[in-house]
Design a protein around this ligand. Structure first.
Ligand code: NAG
Length: 137
C-alpha cells in the first residue's frame, strides 16, 4: 500500500512539474532612435517556423514565445536577421536562442537594436550589454 501511495505521489509530482514548465521568450527591441525602423526576419529550426519579414517602430518590441525541443535529432534554434538604416544597409543575422542538450523552461533572451550595435540580456532584472556591431552591406 505504501508503495502505491509513493507511486501515485511521484506521478502527481511529475505532472505538476510538467505543468510548471513556463514558455521561453525571445524579445526584439527597437531602441535605434526616434523615427528609425528596425526590420526583422526571425526563423525557428523546428518545423521551419518562419515569422516573416516585419518592421518595428522606435520603442516597439516583438516577442517570440516557444517551448524547447531538444533531442538527438533536432534542437530549437531561433535566428533573426535584423536590418536598419536608410537603405537597410546595416544588418546582422543573430542567433537569438539555442536550446541546450536538455529542454529548459522559462528562458528569457532580450535583443535590443541600438544605433551603436546590438545589446542583449538573459536576466530581466539586469541591464543589457553591447555584444555585436552592425555589419554594412
Ligand atoms: C520611447 O520610450 C521612452 C521610455 O519609455 C519614452 O520616454 C519616449 O517618449 C518614447 N519615445 C517614443 C517616440 O515613443
Amino acid at each position: 500500500m505504501n508503495h502505491l501511495i509513493a507511486f501515485a505521489l511521484v506521478i502527481t509530482m511529475h505532472f505538476s512539474l510538467n505543468e510548471a514548465c513556463k514558455p521561453n521568450f525571445v524579445e526584439i527591441h527597437n531602441q535605434l532612435a526616434p523615427g528609425r525602423v528596425l526590420k526583422h526576419h526571425c526563423r525557428g529550426s523546428i518545423n521551419e517556423q518562419d515569422k516573416g519579414v516585419k518592421y518595428l517602430k522606435f520603442n516597439e518590441t516583438f516577442v517570440i514565445e516557444f517551448s524547447d525541443v531538444s533531442s538527438r535529432r533536432e534542437r530549437t534554434v531561433w535566428t533573426c536577421l535584423l536590418s536598419q538604416g536608410d537603405k537597410m544597409e546595416f544588418f546582422f543575422d543573430v542567433q537569438v536562442y539555442r536550446a541546450a542538450s536538455i529542454e529548459r523552461c522559462g528562458q528569457y533572451r532580450s535583443w535590443t537594436a541600438k544605433s551603436d550595435g546590438i545589446w542583449t540580456r538573459r536576466d530581466r532584472t539586469k541591464p543589457s550589454g553591447h555584444v555585436l556591431n552592425w555589419k554594412k552591406k
